[in-house]
Write a new protein. Structure first.
Length: 428
């Protein structure tokens, strides 16, 4: 369906092209993250790092992602979505390549900080552009395809990182992915953009702080931000420590760990489009379903992850089966969560809404998961057993997320109705 006249057109091949480019950039951003997770063990041995330092490297990345999400989101809303995506993608991939040149703890951390800043702009701009490019009835499906970049990036990053690290050393995959990403980043500058208006009149965003305060006054968003932070504690514990745990528990190489992580993530891809379809379907029956779906998904997936890590110490097959199911169930929540940050805000705040979400979900929860898991693992003696119990403890985050999303559902319909008059105008 296309809206004609002065309104920004939704649907059609231009929307599909926006989705494709953003999906590829999102996939590459997750490949970068997972390559780091896969090479933690050889990096630890070469650079002489502890589990706490390994976790801190990932925590610095995510804190940077959260902190820079606000200014980059503000840039997305005030300047240009496509230019913001392009510039931040260039930053992400340039510093991803530089990660492969590190020689000590600090020289790993600094590039990861800039990678986090770049990734925040790519995701924030992409979500704003994609939800603008498709009609609301198709938001869940579009976000389902876009968020398939998470498991797809994890799968590709795991197998490429694992195989290249085993054959050419842990630095090689960063150099390769950074080079590919720099070339792809240029495509973002040629996407169709929109300009921000409300009911045909240009909106002044005012100061950054006033804009953030306006968003925090929306009840749905407050519970959404907190719930996402809790959910990421569980999700990022799995993403960042799974390959290392497999290497320690089963005494395998990075290539084998990469193959296993790839297989888990490929199965998880099912969850993203499935979640998009379920989100749209539940929304049509009861609009509160947009938040009920991630509430159920986050709680179930946390229990599955804890059970899988406990099972691995006794049965590889049972642990693997449970982690496969975890991957699917965990991804079901993501499309709905991407849509929620956009559906209850005026169009002038679409980018900033996700920026505040990124800051909250990392600064209040997710960013601390890697270093906390590493610290708990060290305190329990390290090795496979210490890491296993550290991840199990982190699974409590998903249960808390389910409570938060359920509370947010109580306000969702009223908050969505308040912004129904907002429209988009094409960028000229």
């Amino acid at each position: 369906m296309l809206f004609k006249g002065g309104d920004y057109q939704t649907g059609g091949w231009k929307a599909h092209w926006i989705l494709i480019v953003c999906l590829l950039l999102y996939t590459l951003s997750y490949m970068d993250r997972v390559v780091l997770a896969v090479v933690l063990q050889p990096m630890k041995l070469e650079l002489g790092l502890s589990d706490t330092q390994l976790g801190a490297i990932q925590t610095f990345f995510m804190l940077s992602y959260g902190v820079f999400a606000i200014p980059t989101a503000y840039l997305v809303d005030r300047w240009s979505r496509k230019k913001s995506i392009g510039v931040m993608a260039l930053m992400l991939n340039a510093f991803s390549a530089l990660t492969g040149l590190a020689w000590n703890f600090v020289s790993v951390v600094i590039p990861r900080i800039f990678c986090g800043a770049g990734a925040s702009g790519v995701v924030t701009g992409s979500i704003a552009m994609i939800t603008a490019a498709y009609p609301k009835a198709r938001h869940g499906r579009a976000m389902g395809i876009f968020n398939a970049g998470i498991p797809l990036g994890i799968a590709l990053g795991a197998i490429i990182g694992g195989v290249m690290a085993a054959r050419f050393g842990w630095r090689s995959p960063f150099l390769l992915l950074g080079s590919i990403g720099l070339a792809l980043s240029l495509a973002a500058f040629f996407l169709k953009d929109y300009r921000t208006v409300k009911e045909g009149v240009t909106v002044s965003l005012g100061g950054l702080w006033q804009s953030i305060v306006k968003l925090l006054r929306i009840p749905t968003l407050r519970w959404y931000y907190l719930g996402y932070a809790m959910m990421l504690i569980t999700s990022l514990a799995q993403i960042n420590w799974m390959p290392t745990y497999l290497i320690r528990q089963f005494d395998i190489g990075t290539d084998t760990a990469g193959y296993l992580t790839c297989g888990i993530s490929l199965v998880a891809i099912i969850g993203a489009p499935l979640g998009g379809v379920l989100s749209d379907s539940w929304y049509r029956k009861n609009r509160k379903g947009r938040l009920w779906l991630p509430a159920v998904s986050s709680a179930m997936s946390s229990l599955l992850l804890a059970a899988s890590f406990l099972a691995f110490s006794r049965s590889f097959a049972l642990g693997l089966a449970l982690i496969f199911i975890f991957g699917i169930v965990n991804m079901v929540a993501i499309p709905a969560l991407s849509v929620i940050s956009q559906d209850v805000v005026p169009v002038a705040y679409k980018g900033l809404s996700h920026g505040v979400a990124a800051l909250c979900m990392y600064a209040l929860g997710g960013a601390w998961a890697p270093v906390l898991v590493g610290g708990i693992s060290d305190s329990l003696g390290g090795g496979a057993n210490g890491l296993m119990w550290a991840v199990v403890i982190a699974c409590s985050g998903g249960l808390l997320a389910g409570i938060c999303f359920t509370m947010g559902a109580k306000h969702y319909i009223a908050d969505e109705d308040r912004v129904k008059g907002s429209v988009l105008r094409t960028d000229t």
